[in-house]
Design a protein around this ligand. Sequence first.
Ligand SMILES: Cc1ncc(COP(=O)(O)O)c(C=O)c1O
Length: 424
Amino acid sequence: MRIFENLESQVRGYIRSFPVIFKSAKGSIMVDEQDNEYIDFFAGAGTLNYGHNNERISAALIEYIKADGVVHGLDMATIAKKNFMQKFYDTILEPRNLEYKMQFTGPTGTNAVETALKLARMVKGRSNVVCFTNGYHGLTMGALGVTGNTFYRDEAYISRTNVAVLPFDNYMGPDFNTLDLFRKMLTDNSSGLDMPAAVILETIQAEGGIHIASPEWLRGLADICSEFDILLIVDDIQVGNGRSGDFFSFEEAGIKPDIVCLSKAIGGGLPLAFILLRPDLDQWKPGEHTGTFRGNNLAFVASYEALHYWDNTDLSEAVKYKGAVLKRELTAIAEKFPELNAQVRGRGMIYGLEILEQGLPGQIAGKCFENGLIIELAGADDQVVKFLPALTIDEETLLKGIAIVEEAIATILAEKKVNLTGEM
Ligand SMILES: Cc1ncc(COP(=O)(O)O)c(C=O)c1O
């Protein structure tokens, strides 16, 4: 590991949680250079919804490269791009009666968010944007401005302005409808809230600690947006692409956002990002928002193949089934170890086990890694153990991974008891 310590910036992150050198990966298993195997419950932070080196995707990529398919083409027309767009329209948009245009951005999530914010501000001619507590939208300046966690928001970074942060659903507990506050602030000339161009949110806040907006709250928010002529931007970068059990996380609520941000798993494991925008919002001048890596032809090839998972409802049903398995097993763990005071939250195949005792979630994740499971934390204080396996994981591997978590908790709690008794 010395080469990473010597040559790579201190900013490196996940390498610290998982300090081995990986050599290969297939499906939900990663292998390090000592041939140790790890079950992957992190899935590239939601990029590998179809698993590592998905057979169908890899085969198509190899064939495309062998045939000298265009790898980089700026935003020129290519066969890979045409096939992808047609497939996305036929498989995702049309069956859901969604009328959107697609705007390709730089290939990371934060690029899509920047584009969405810029477009909303341009179209509405207003600079203010509303975002929510615990939201995470990326770390370039605009996206950072609508991201909640102070860990990322140093005052010296400037440019976090023209943003108002409001409480997300349930932020104030179940008896306080946070939309009442939003409405009051919009109608009160003295609230200090400038009329926003847009509202941006994740329907399931992932990095922020698995907070789930209820369908009623989402519908209420969509109603407020249309009543006050505010654009609704859903950032579906992490919890879209099937993570919730539907392709888009907002389908359950039956809302139609004005702009949708997509990245991570939409590229079938390769970098790709774009926004979906209501056709009347497409007011750009040609080339006005440009970039060298808008559209990645290899990702178009990969994504085209991944979209075949959406030709029928099999994957969607499997996600709902395995989500129920996750919920059942995590609830059982919470009940088995009442001293954890753990709360289970999730939807589809994103689940969190919130444990408020400082440092304990980190110890659990560390012990899991020692025992062959890659699992990460979420939440402002790293208080949530986050379950984010590939959507294609088989049930046996899923249960094996959960058993590693259970064993890690049992070991740590037993060690704590021994220490306490020793001290007495
Ligand atoms: C909801 C959401 N939006 C935006 C981003 C930023 O994506 P990227 O890290 O690719 O810039 C993330 C990343 O985790 C995310 O979860």
